[in-house]
Structures are given as structure tokens and as C-alpha cells.
Design a protein around this ligand. Structure first.
Ligand SMILES: NC(=O)c1ccc[n+]([C@@H]2O[C@H](COP(=O)([O-])OP(=O)(O)OC[C@H]3O[C@@H](n4cnc5c(N)ncnc54)[C@H](O)[C@@H]3O)[C@@H](O)[C@H]2O)c1
Length: 256
């Protein structure tokens, strides 16, 4: 604010339908990684149950539960299905559940997210992926400690929503260098910046989404905001003032 720059924040660039185009590639990557990591931590040497997610003819495949069927959850399910696992997705948005049916057909079990369904599927899961989001709020805690205690020893939880507080009671934030810990006999993974594990892919994905906006700014300067709704929504600082309503709400002392 002091420097007088006009600042546009990646995370507040927003399309008319509410999607966040510069965050979406990161959610896609995190969703896909969640199953890649989950499969790895199910290996016995990693503390896991020693289960091959895809199974093999004659042996049950792994059982994957995805809490939240948004961008992260959809990509997690896509990867888990691709590996041959049994997959259940739970969401509170029935329109989203209907969309997921058109996407995956009968290959996934689609359940309304309530405490009864969560208790049933999580207790039997080999891999639980937390992928819920309530915009602007802390993630709801959907899996209490008592339910984690009922999971099979060596099961794995990957809580992608850890950056919003996490949706598993026993989960705390971890790092790429020490990504997991054991609690209640279950492997917990809670790295808040998962795409950082694959920077070669993540950087290019982010650049692909960012470049069109950068070109508009290069061609038209700040006037680009007049013609681009998404860029205008991303404006955080202008004329030494904090102008984004959501950011103002977090930093009321800076808003005037
Ligand atoms: N750890 C990381 O590196 C990383 C990277 C990207 C995104 N994230 C996080 O992943 C989470 C999901 O992001 P997204 O882009 O998929 O969001 P999204 O908005 O696309 O999807 C969230 C979904 O959660 C559902 N939901 C809300 N309350 C629910 C409940 N009680 N039970 C079940 N589902 C519920 C919503 O209906 C929605 O479909 C966010 O918290 C985001 O910050 C983390």
C-alpha cells in the first residue's frame, strides 16, 4: 500500500461463475497427488497396511473414500479409479453429486455427506482423502477422533483441506520433509502446499493459466481491468488503498 503499486492477487482472480482460475490448476494437482501419495503410504515400509490400491484379480482392491467432490475430490477419484480402487465420494451438494454421476457413472459410490454415511465408509476405508471447502471459512471437521480410532491399523488419511484447517480431527499440518505421522494407528499426511512436490508440472500449469491475464496487463496496463471481470475481481490494492472486500474483512485496520 505504501509503495503505490496496483496489486492483483492470484487467489482472488475470480470468474463470473465463482471459479478461481489461478487456483484451479493447484487443486487439480493436489487432488491427483493425494492418491499417488496415499498409495505410497499404504506400503508396509511407510507404515501402511501393505495394500496395493488396485488389487489384483483374486484379491480385493483398496477402498478409497473422498470427502468433498469438488475440484480436488474429482481429480482424486479420477486417479483412484484409474488405479483400480473402489471409490466413494461424499458431498453435500446434490447437483455436484449428479454431475459426478455423469462423469464416473456407476464406477463410484456417490453418497450425501452426513455423519452416518461418513462413519460407515470411513471405518472401512484404506485411504481417506479430505477435499472439502466452504469458501471463506474453516473446513468443517467431518471425521472425529473416535472414528479415526475405528479405522483399520495402517490405513492412510491424506487431508488436502489442511490449508483451511483440515477436516479430520486428528490431522495437523506437516511438511514435505516430514510428510506423515502415526496417530491412532493411522498414517496421517497433511502437507498444505502439495503442488510444491511437483514444481516442474506445477509451474508450467500455473503459467498456462496466468499467461492470458499477464498478456492483457502487458497490452493494456491497468485498463485491462475494465474489460476483464476476473482480473477486476482480483484487485487488492489501488491508489494506496486496500480495496478487496474479503481482504478488508480480514484486515479491518487497513481498510478505509
Ligand atoms: N494441500 C494443498 O496443497 C492444497 C492444494 C489445493 C487445494 N487445497 C484445498 O483443498 C480443498 C478443496 O479444494 P477444491 O478446489 O476442491 O474446492 P471446491 O470448492 O472445488 O470443492 C469443495 C467441495 O467440498 C464440498 N463440501 C462442503 N462441505 C462439505 C461437507 N460437509 N461434506 C462433504 N463435502 C462438502 C463442496 O460442496 C464442494 O463440492 C480446499 O480446502 C483447498 O484449500 C489444498
Amino acid at each position: 500500500m505504501g509503495s503505490g503499486v496496483c496489486a492483483i492477487a492470484y487467489e482472488t482472480v475470480e470468474l463470473p461463475d465463482g471459479r478461481l482460475p489461478l487456483l484451479m490448476p493447484m487443486s487439480i494437482i493436489a487432488g491427483r497427488l493425494s492418491v499417488q501419495f496415499g498409495a505410497h503410504f499404504l506400503e508396509r515400509q511407510q507404515g501402511g497396511r501393505g495394500i496395493l490400491l488396485g488389487g489384483i484379480p483374486g484379491v480385493y482392491p483398496g477402498n478409497v473414500v473422498v470427502l468433498g467432490g469438488g475440484v480436488v475430490g474429482t481429480e482424486a477419484a479420477r486417479m483412484a479409479i484409474g488405479m483400480g480402487a473402489q471409490v466413494a465420494i461424499l458431498d453435500v451438494n446434490v447437483d455436484r453429486l449428479a454431475y459426478l454421476e455423469t462423469l464416473f457413472g456407476s464406477r463410484v459410490i456417490l453418497l450425501y455427506s452426513n455423519s452416518q454415511h461418513i462413519a460407515e465408509v470411513v471405518a472401512a476405508a484404506d485411504l481417506v482423502i479430505g477435499a472439502v471447502l466452504i469458501p471463506g471459512r474453516r473446513a468443517p471437521v467431518l471425521v472425529p477422533r473416535s472414528l479415526v480410532q475405528r479405522m483399520n491399523p495402517g490405513s492412510v488419511i491424506v487431508d488436502v483441506a489442511v490449508d483451511q484447517g483440515g477436516c479430520i480431527e486428528t490431522l495437523r499440518s506437516t511438511s514435505h520433509s516430514h510428510p506423515t505421522y502415526m496417530e491412532e494407528g493411522v498414517v496421517h499426511y497433511g502437507v498444505p502446499n502439495m503442488p510444491g512436490a511437483v514444481p516442474w508440472t506445477a509451474t508450467q500449469a500455473l503459467n498456462n493459466s496466468t499467461l492470458p491475464y499477464v498478456l492483457k496487463l502487458a497490452d493494456h496496463g491497468i485498463k485491462a481491468l475494465d474489460a476483464d471481470f476476473a482480473l477486476a475481481k482480483g484487485l487488492n490494492i489501488q491508489d494506496h488503498c486496500l480495496v478487496h472486500p474479503a481482504v478488508q474483512a480480514v484486515f479491518p485496520d487497513l481498510a478505509h
